[in-house]
Design a protein around this ligand. Structure first.
Ligand SMILES: Cc1ncc(COP(=O)(O)O)c(C=O)c1O
Length: 366
């Protein structure tokens, strides 16, 4: 039986090997492995790509979020509003700076329901962290209006949104700081963990530049206690190589998704739609089915890997117990987490594999 993997790490390496190995050799031969030219060049190239002024390469998307919150002065006793649907790191980063994550339910597109944000704002609210889930950007116009009205900051969790746009604007230009992940499963990816943040605020940039490197200001001088969150030069060089191809990767993935959209005929299998002002880079392809668990079993029996991103909304994790939420608090998030299913859609899928996936999904519903 065929097996079709959702994860494309092996074909990706085969495809890139010839170009990638000399890049790795070049960095290792240079002897500059930490905060080298490769980091500075990547930061400049990311700014050019996103249209932002300042970028800092870091060692993960989680660190990028924590550092952004720290830089904005979020601390113990503060509240930070975010979506009930995200990866745990969004809530954990808020908790790690000592603040309390306050969740808001999502809309059917799995992004924060902006109409429910204001009712959660208290005198302790210091920031909103909208998550551009799967690569589809949130309604930043409304979120910024709410933030301005209430004098609170906005940090975009853009871990999944490199390549995405709303009203033709990319993340980082619609908030104080936008944070990104370059984990191997993101569209723009490193050899291991990695991340970066962008901002148009020089003061924040200067502060974070020191913070990511122990608060260092000179060979033996430290302005404050910082952290070690430097992206390895090796990863910076690899990401520079992959950034040149990122738009092509997105287009190939969109072509695959359009094929599924045109050929999967059962209305119970819902393929995500975009509004005309949204450009979705599809870091994740999250579909919905009311018979999700049965469908997943059927796909597995036919050699098709699928994954659930994610089956549990943030408020129902054991880690969130201290926040005192309960089942029923965010009904849409809970309902959708029971329906989501991701099928293979990566750029190395072959035509016969795409046809096979369509056939097996359509047959399931007969
Ligand atoms: C929405 C979101 N936020 C934050 C993160 C954390 O990024 P990292 O894994 O690079 O720490 C991820 C990673 O999956 C994510 O999807």
């Amino acid at each position: 039986m065929k097996t079709i993997s959702l994860i494309d790490l092996k074909p990706r390496y085969e495809n890139e090997k010839e170009e990638l190995l000399p890049i790795i050799d070049n960095v290792l031969s240079s002897g500059n492995l930490i905060l080298s030219d490769e980091n500075t060049k990547l930061e400049n190239e990311i700014n050019e790509y996103l249209g932002t002024e300042f970028c800092l390469t870091l060692n993960s998307g989680t660190d990028a979020l924590m550092i952004a919150l720290w830089a904005l002065g979020i601390k113990k006793g503060d509240e930070v509003i975010t979506s009930a649907v995200s990866f745990i790191a969004t809530a954990a980063a808020i908790a790690h700076v000592g603040a309390k994550p306050i969740f808001v339910d999502v809309k059917d597109d799995l992004n924060i329901d902006e109409s429910k944000i204001e009712e959660k704002i208290t005198s302790k609210t210091k920031a909103i962290v909208p998550v551009h889930w799967t690569g589809r950007m949130c309604n930043m116009q409304m979120i910024n209006e709410i933030a301005q009205k209430n004098n609170i900051k906005v940090i975009e969790d853009a871990a999944q949104a490199i390549g995405s746009k709303i009203d033709n604007i990319r993340p980082g230009n619609l908030s104080e700081i936008a944070t990104f992940s370059t984990h191997p499963l993101k569209i723009l990816n490193a050899l291991g963990d990695g991340g970066f943040l962008v901002t148009n605020n020089r003061e924040l940039y200067d502060k974070i530049k020191k913070y990511r490197n122990h608060g260092m200001i000179g060979r033996d001088q430290y302005e404050f206690f910082g952290v070690n969150s430097r992206m390895d030069a090796l990863n910076a060089a690899v990401i520079r190589f992959r950034l040149k191809k990122v738009d092509e990767v997105i287009l190939n993935r969109q072509t695959n998704i359009n094929f599924f959209r045109e050929n999967i005929t059962n209305p119970d299998f819902k393929i995500p739609e975009c509004k005309s002002n949204q450009y979705n880079s599809f870091t994740m392809f999250v579909c919905q089915s009311e018979r999700r668990d049965e469908l997943q079993k059927h796909l597995l029996e036919n050699g098709i890997q699928s994954l659930i991103y994610y089956g549990t909304p943030l408020h129902l994790h054991k880690a969130s117990k201290i926040l005192n939420y309960k089942l029923g608090d965010f009904v849409n998030s809970e309902k959708l987490c029971d329906r989501v299913i991701s099928i293979p859609f990566h750029q190395y899928l072959k035509n016969d594999e795409k046809e096979y996936i369509v056939e097996k999904i359509n047959k399931f519903y007969l």
